[in-house]
Design a protein around this ligand. Structure first.
Ligand SMILES: [Zn+2]
Ligand SMILES: [Zn+2]
Length: 240
């Protein structure tokens, strides 16, 4: 009683704000985004690529393999993302990564946990592995966004999170201007597994954005070489 009175008082003087547009949230709105910002998220749905999870522009037909996955099948079993890298989701991810936005870790981690359930058999997973940052980037940012997401997902799903067992040996230049082939060359040999042998474990690799799949592919190769039975990839967003 006292607790809820105190809560109401705090909400009156400091109404919770939408984390993206900063508008005060109405009491019926979701915990971190206003309805307007939520409406600006394209959640991924079929038809999509059965392997990399990209949502096809054409909204008719069944899931099938995309051209990229047909041409060079990735080393992970499948990848899925909660939404398209666009609108509110892109803004939230940028705020999360580039402006010390640790406030975003919990709501985005929960969103990812919720959407992961749409695509993955969560009950069958053994371990959550975040994509690592290089030491230098980690020092600049102060936290690894993928590890923060993984931690909150681990709590929601009650699954162990690999602390810092997958490591990035060398800093890779920003990939934004590189072609697909250059991206995969750029990350080759950049990762190593320092954890215990994965002996058949079912692993889910977590990252914020899936762009060309080069990072996910390279990490999956390392995880499989270390014994992982299956490697699925889960990201907040997929570029189109
Ligand atoms: Zn908003
Ligand atoms: Zn694909």
């Amino acid at each position: 009683m006292l607790q809820s009175f105190r809560r109401a008082l705090v909400d009156f003087f400091f109404p919770p704000l939408c984390l993206v547009c900063k508008r005060p949230l109405a009491s019926y709105e979701k915990a971190f985004l206003c309805d307007c910002c939520t409406a600006d998220i394209t959640f991924i749905d079929s038809p999509l690529c059965c392997t990399c999870g990209i949502q096809f522009k054409s909204r008719a037909g069944d899931d099938h393999l995309c051209g990229n996955c047909l041409e060079s099948p990735p080393r992970f079993d499948r990848a899925r993302a909660a939404g398209v890298y666009d609108g509110t989701l892109r803004k939230a991810i940028q705020l999360f990564k580039y402006r010390g936005g640790l406030l975003f870790a919990k709501p985005l981690g929960q969103l990812l946990a919720e959407h992961g359930r749409r695509f993955l058999n969560v009950g069958a997973l053994d371990l959550i592995v975040p994509v690592p940052l290089h030491r230098r980037r980690l020092r600049q940012r102060g936290y690894n966004q993928s590890l923060e997401l993984a931690r909150h997902m681990g709590l929601c799903w009650n699954i162990a999170v690999a602390p810092e067992w997958l490591v990035r040996n060398r800093a890779t230049p920003q990939q934004t201007t590189l072609s697909r082939r250059e991206r995969s060359r750029n990350v080759r040999g950049a990762f190593a597994w320092k954890g215990p042998a994965l002996s058949g474990k079912r692993v889910v690799l977590v990252d914020d954005v899936y762009t060309s799949g080069a990072t996910a592919n390279e990490c999956a190769g390392v995880l499989k070489k270390s014994g992982a039975g299956t490697v699925e990839v889960l990201t907040l967003a997929h570029t189109q």
